[in-house]
Design a protein. Structure first.
Length: 456
């Protein structure tokens, strides 16, 4: 069974989402723990600023257990999350995953970053050893579906990203951004996009603060920006008119005290801040200060909604494509299930063969004649291999269902034997088969289809 449990921007505010977010360095250990605690065959975790989702495959795990695990991992109670959680099973889960990958479930309709984030979630699960064949298939099919949506619809054309929306919000506060000094905290993809949009607006001075200068320098090179360490922020904060922050820190990087100090040095000139991180980088209390305009990612909805309306037709086309992709996923999953059945059957037969072979070798070592050992080996192997089939044949022949009898005959290759004998028509289990099936119970479970009569 393929299933998922999640929380996103539509079901929970940022105050809740940040409590269940996984830091990138936590996910591998979380996957290992969840796999053990839940007994999951396959598991992957996606955690972004707008969503946290757990994907499972191959185990009939009650999703309330997954919710309990998620709450426990983050030191929360189930009651704190139960009203914000959504759950999907099988094809509903597959559709949801494809919609997420295509940007149809994003705050910014059609945004492309989520596909890369899903690919990262897949890669981390693969490295952690928690990606089973079913989950692998689901993700690969999802990536293929997202590619079709991107190439066959206009959903990805001129998307309004969170970064673009954040800069647009700044333009609503300041008529002209050219003479403003901007601090960017972080050096990831979102911050890089913010920087590009700022350069398009003619911003001349941009400062990038990051935990390491090497990554900050990479982003700064394309923007002509300055770089500093996070620890240097208090010393330059008073020079900043605008601040954008987006890191993976689990604790706030900018506190009320540092901002108050900067405001005093600025002689109360206002500062505009957008915190795009989840968990948040800027303490909530900063927003209570006069002359501070603090926004979070949830405050960008109005700007983003305009973009959503402009791509409504493309979204409808994408939804239709996803339904087509769903049918292919169902077919591939069904085929995969059949291959598992074939593998199980072959492994069962191989187990019986190995058992009988070991017995035969032991008899030879004990000094019994090779002819006697081979005779017993062949008899035991034949009886155990056909035991379950014979029992089912007895039931089939007694049912009187001619179509079922023909199907059984074809399945066991008896129709080919009859043809080789030149009978000209199919014959069905004869008296010898009936005799062999006599007194064999009809309700033998699959896992016991090969019964070892020599064992007590």
């Amino acid at each position: 069974m393929f299933s998922l449990l999640g929380i996103n921007h539509n079901t929970a505010p940022i105050e809740v989402r940040e409590k269940v977010a996984f830091a990138p360095e936590q996910i591998a250990s979380a996957l290992t723990a969840a796999s053990f605690d839940l007994g999951a065959d396959g598991i992957a975790i996606l955690s972004t600023c707008n969503r946290t989702e757990i994907y499972l495959d191959g185990s009939n795990i009650a999703l309330d257990r997954v919710l309990a695990w998620l709450a426990q991992w983050h030191n929360l109670s189930v009651d704190q999350l139960s009203d914000c959680i959504y759950q999907h099973l099988d094809q509903d889960a597959a559709v949801h995953l494809m919609r997420v990958a295509s940007g149809l479930d994003s705050m910014v309709l059609g945004e492309p970053q989520i596909l890369g984030q899903l690919k990262s979630a897949y890669a981390v699960a693969e490295q952690a050893g928690t990606l089973n064949s079913g989950l692998h298939q689901a993700f690969q099919h999802t990536f293929s579906s997202a590619k079709r949506v991107r190439s066959e619809t206009a959903i990805g054309q001129n998307p309004v990203s969170v970064a673009y929306a954040a800069v647009s919000l700044a333009k609503q506060i300041f008529a002209d951004l050219k003479d403003k000094t901007v601090l960017l905290i972080g050096a990831g993809e979102t911050i890089a996009l913010v920087g590009r949009h700022l350069k398009e607006q003619g911003v001349e001075r941009i400062v990038i603060a990051n935990r390491t200068l090497a990554r900050a320098d990479e982003v700064a090179t394309t923007l002509g920006a300055e770089t500093i360490l996070l620890s240097d922020i208090p010393s330059v904060l008073h020079e900043m008119d605008i601040l954008f922050s987006s890191t993976a820190s689990q604790l706030p990087l900018l506190g009320k005290g540092a901002v108050e100090s900067a405001l005093r040095q600025r002689k109360r000139r206002m500062m505009f801040m957008v915190d795009l991180a989840v968990p948040r980088d800027i303490e909530v209390e900063v927003g209570t200060l006069e002359d501070i305009y603090l926004y979070t990612v949830d405050d960008l909805r109005e700007v983003i909604e305009e973009s959503r309306r402009s791509r409504a037709q493309a979204a409808e086309e994408a939804e239709t494509l996803i339904q087509e992709c769903l049918q292919r996923w169902k077919q591939e999953r069904a085929a995969s299930g059949h291959s598992d059945l074939i593998r199980l059957y072959r492994e069962s037969a191989e187990t019986v063969r190995n058992k009988e072979l070991q017995k035969a070798l032991a008899m030879l070592e004990a000094g019994q004649s090779a002819e006697e050992v081979m005779q017993r080996f062949s008899n035991n192997l034949t009886n155990k291999m056909i035991h379950h089939s014979t029992a089912q044949l007895k039931w089939v022949t007694q049912s009187g269902d001619l179509e079922l009898i023909k199907m059984a005959s074809r399945l066991l290759g008896l129709d080919k034997i009859d043809a080789q004998q030149g009978s000209g028509e199919e014959t069905f289990p004869n008296e010898s088969t009936e005799s062999l099936a006599k007194d064999i119970p009809l309700d033998i479970p699959l896992e016991n289809q090969f019964v070892d009569k020599d064992e007590p």
